[in-house]
Design a protein around this ligand. Structure first.
Ligand SMILES: NC(=O)c1ccc[n+]([C@@H]2O[C@H](COP(=O)([O-])OP(=O)(O)OC[C@H]3O[C@@H](n4cnc5c(N)ncnc54)[C@H](OP(=O)(O)O)[C@@H]3O)[C@@H](O)[C@H]2O)c1
Length: 256
């Protein structure tokens, strides 16, 4: 746990914060004093964790929903951000998922477009639309979620998803150079195999156990293992001389 005032008074936007890694990232930013616009995903679930409503009642959390695959979805979230914040200090582009396992020969145009829109295009759109607010922020930072699959190629049926994550990693490196003169740092967190709803949907228990055996630290990761990396990369005090980097959080699953 970082210092409870590390992000005091700062405005943070976290996409895909309704569950999994994004939810824990939002929780830890709130625990460190930030005001957080939590993009909950496509809907705001009634059974959301209580801490979000408590922070909302204090005026520190703002909950929003937007489908990033629907026309105008990202712009709807940007409108909420502009209505809540005059400036943004931290943008975490985290919303994403594999959508499904699509063998290359059977991939439909619709499946391709959906995976690319959600995991790749929405990051570009969200970044573009938040830049005016980020430029008004204090020592601003962007932290993008990529994936171990960007480096390792992923597993069968995930080729487009894995490639979108590689796109975001390279896009982030290019942006880091481009935005450095504006004082905006851009980095990525690259989770390994993390036990969220993601793998409930796309991996069998047998596949996960086989993966676990390849991990030097001997276990799959958790959202709690990942979240501190986001706060580290978002904090000027902790990582002010780091930009254009991808921080791998995977228990040693990828060492190179
Ligand atoms: N878990 C892993 O092993 C792993 C590994 C590497 C990278 N990642 C990446 O880490 C990020 C978070 O994943 P996670 O494991 O926490 O997954 P998760 O529990 O499935 O959460 C994904 C988040 O993205 C949101 N999202 C999905 N489709 C969306 C859409 N069409 N429009 C807007 N938001 C949408 C979800 O909202 P809904 O509730 O509306 O679906 C949810 O808030 C993703 O970018 C994922 O690719 C995960």
């Amino acid at each position: 746990m970082y210092h409870p005032a590390l992000f005091k008074g700062m405005n943070v936007v976290v996409t895909g914060g309704g569950r999994g890694i994004g939810l824990e990232v939002a929780r830890q930013f709130l625990d460190c004093g930030a005001r957080v616009l939590v993009h909950m995903g496509r809907t705001i679930a009634a059974d959301r964790p209580e801490f979000l409503d408590l922070a909302a009642a204090e005026g520190r959390a703002f909950l929003a929903a937007a489908d990033f695959v629907a026309d105008g979805g990202v712009e709807r979230l940007a409108d909420v951000a502009r209505s809540r914040f005059d400036s943004v200090d931290v943008l975490v582009n985290n919303a994403g998922t594999m959508v499904g396992r699509f063998p290359a020969a059977d991939l439909t145009d619709e499946q391709y477009r959906t995976v690319v829109q959600l995991n790749q295009t929405s990051v570009v759109e969200m970044t573009r639309t938040m830049l005016p607010l980020l430029r008004k922020g204090t020592r601003p930072a962007i932290v993008n979620t990529v994936s171990i699959s960007a480096r390792m190629g992923g597993s069968p049926g995930s080729s487009i998803y894995s490639a979108t994550k590689a796109f975001v990693a390279t896009y982030s490196k290019a942006l880091a150079r481009e935005l450095a003169p504006d004082g905006i740092r851009v980095n990525c967190v690259s989770p390994g195999t993390i036990t969220t709803d993601f793998h409930e949907r796309y991996s069998t228990p047998e596949k996960l156990e086989a993966t676990r055996k390849t991990i030097p630290l001997g276990r799959l990761g958790t959202a709690e293992d990942c979240a501190p990396a986001y706060l580290f990369l978002a904090s000027h005090a902790l990582s002010g001389y780091i930009t254009g980097q991808v921080l791998e959080v995977n228990g040693g699953q990828l060492i190179c």
